[in-house]
Design a protein. Structure first.
Length: 584
């Protein structure tokens, strides 16, 4: 390069900026920043929706804002790489299966329309073929299903800022499965996961179940009031990061474990659990279970966490280490209202590292719905009859109270099915009104439409009078002694109940035994409960164990009848009572 050329280059490099040039540059910079801000807008921001669905839409529509689709499934199916599908406010019934996802840097997103709240009432399944999927700002309600929801088998899935529940039906979030696909890099953040799992607890239903997963992140969530574990890492969760969660009121807070499952022994390893609030769980705060004694988890750590009020204690088990456990009341703002924010003087503030907890649930002002399903209106009833009802609510049913003529009948039913037994013999004959009152978890109540039934417990008719005796025969003119009396050729059998005792209370099984004899042999023994023939036995000893399937709760008459070869019958009766399982 010549000396002249170098001099000109230096002059261009150090050229002075004129006011006009500065103005043009600032305009360009502002334009670039605005474009960058728009491009980085979150899924819930205005203008970020590519496709739309509405409860008033049509699945044959184009899916734009003026012609929305109708179902969440159709909306998901319409999304291309990098697109966001927005659900307008309302409830979308039916399960949703995501079979195709996005790509790295351009995921597909399913979310609520900005400023609105949409609910999916059904199961959500992200298949192994669907990677790079985001689900956010939704209520996922799997009520009534016996299988988990959402189920995550795809990789690079994110669930955020959502409410997940199933009102005591099953597991809620399931991450990875041996048969359906291992899940890699799942993120679950800033969600409220609650009231998952059957009650009474069956040791199988959890808030989140990481079954076969690698590099999952479970952060900044609230897991509360789930039947069994709030968080379960079993049998093969690897390198999970569990941090800054509130885990309160579950059967157990967290379990780390492994076992001999379908494809052999597995164990969860290299999991880090830190900076969590683990409080008020019915069992242990953290425990472990290893189904294969030869394979115990390695390099699992629980550290820098706050423990309080756990029914059995803070931690138990092996396969993990505990570091810097703080035992202190976290001082929630209002735990009864599920407001798990911390008061300013909480000793556990530093545990969460200043991360704000998810806000309390919005005020529930929607009343439940309820209807009496049995007996039918206008029916005539007698004896002991079952009363049943169905109830539903957008958040969850707390209990159903049956009423007879405006007065509570028995106690409130808090478990499905909602049913009680009504002994109509304690009520006068005639017309009576039955209703059911449903109460949701926020205290909102609804009374069902009344049904009228007729009670008729008329006494059994008197047997007809015995016919008059024939006149006595003429005196025997023959004074010789009478011949031997005729021989009775057949007598009725005898029967006696030996088990159960009179007044026995039973639940699902009733064991019944009797002794029966006859001079010509017993043909059969019948066992009657509640006026219906349940089982028959033809050989001694006469003993049967009956599994109760359809029998109302309450008192019933148990009658055991013995028949001989000539058809003569004898019977013995007692009273037994079917009762519900005690709640724990």
């Amino acid at each position: 390069m010549s000396r002249t050329t170098s001099s000109r280059a230096r002059k261009r490099k150090h050229k002075h900026w004129t006011p006009r040039a500065i103005k043009r540059s600032l305009i360009c910079l502002v334009t670039m920043l605005a474009a960058a801000t728009f491009a980085a807008a979150p899924a819930g921001a205005e203008g970020a929706c590519d496709k739309f669905a509405s409860t008033t839409g049509s699945d044959s529509a184009s899916g734009d804002q003026t012609q929305p689709l109708r179902t969440a499934q159709k909306l998901v199916n319409s999304l291309a790489n990098g697109q966001t599908g927005c659900l307008r406010a309302g409830s979308y019934s039916g399960s949703v299966t995501i079979s195709n996802g996005g790509v790295s840097g351009a995921p597909i997103t399913l979310t609520s329309y900005p400023g609105e709240q949409a609910t999916i009432k059904g199961r959500l399944w992200v298949k192994d073929s669907a990677n790079f999927v985001n689900v956010s700002s939704l209520k996922l309600d799997g009520s009534g299903y016996s299988l988990p929801s959402p189920v995550i088998n795809g990789d690079d899935f994110t669930l955020s800022d959502s409410e997940v529940t199933n009102n005591s039906s099953a597991i809620c979030i399931s991450v990875g499965a041996t048969t359906y696909g291992r899940a890699y890099r799942t993120t679950v953040e800033r969600n409220r996961v609650h009231d998952c799992g059957r009650l009474p607890a069956a040791n199988h239903d959890h808030g989140i179940y990481l079954e076969n997963s690698t590099d999952a992140r479970i952060v900044d969530n609230v897991f509360y009031d789930n039947a069994d574990r709030g968080i379960q890492l079993y049998p093969d969760a690897e390198r999970t990061y569990v941090a800054r969660n509130i885990i309160d009121g579950n059967g157990t807070g967290i379990r780390i474990g492994g076992g001999n499952e379908e494809f052999g022994c597995k164990a969860s390893n290299n999991n880090t659990i830190e900076n969590n609030l683990i409080t008020n769980n019915l069992g242990w705060g953290v425990d472990s279970w290893w189904g294969c004694s030869s394979l115990i988890g390695q390099d699992n750590v629980v550290r820098d966490s706050c423990f309080y009020g756990n029914g059995k204690g803070r931690t138990i088990g092996d396969g993990y280490t505990v570091q810097n456990a703080l035992a202190a009341d976290p001082l929630y703002v209002n735990r009864a209202a599920k407001d798990f924010r911390l008061q300013s003087d909480s000793p556990c503030l530093s545990i969460l590292g200043g991360t704000p907890t998810p806000p309390p649930p919005p005020a529930d002002t929607t009343a439940p719905s309820v209807s009496v399903t049995a007996p039918a209106g206008g029916a005539t009833v007698s004896g002991t009859v079952p009363l049943t009802a169905t109830a539903s609510d957008d958040v969850g049913i707390a209990g159903v109270q049956f009423r007879l003529d405006g007065v509570n009948l028995a106690g409130e039913e808090v478990f499905l099915p909602y049913a009680v037994s009504w002994d109509t013999t304690t009520t006068g004959d005639g017309f009576h009104v039955l209703t059911a009152m449903a109460r949701d978890q926020a205290g909102n109540t609804t009374q069902s439409a009344p049904i009228t039934v007729t009670v008729s417990n008329l006494p059994e008719p008197e047997p007809p009078p015995e016919p008059p005796l024939p006149p006595p025969p003429d005196p025997d003119p023959d004074p010789s002694p009478d011949p031997d009396p005729p021989v009775v050729t057949n007598l009725p059998p005898t029967v006696e109940i030996t088990s159960p005792a009179d007044g026995l209370r039973f639940r699902r099984y009733l064991k019944m035994s009797a002794t029966a004899t006859d001079d010509h042999g017993v043909a059969r023994v019948e066992f009657w409960v509640g006026g219906k023939l349940r089982v028959t036995d033809t050989t001694a000893p006469y003993s049967r164990k009956w599994r109760v399937k359809k029998l109302a709760y309450g008192s019933h008459k148990l009658t055991i009848k013995a028949f001989d070869q000539a058809g003569l019958v004898a019977a013995d009766s007692i009273t037994v009572k079917r009762v519900r399982r005690k709640r724990r």
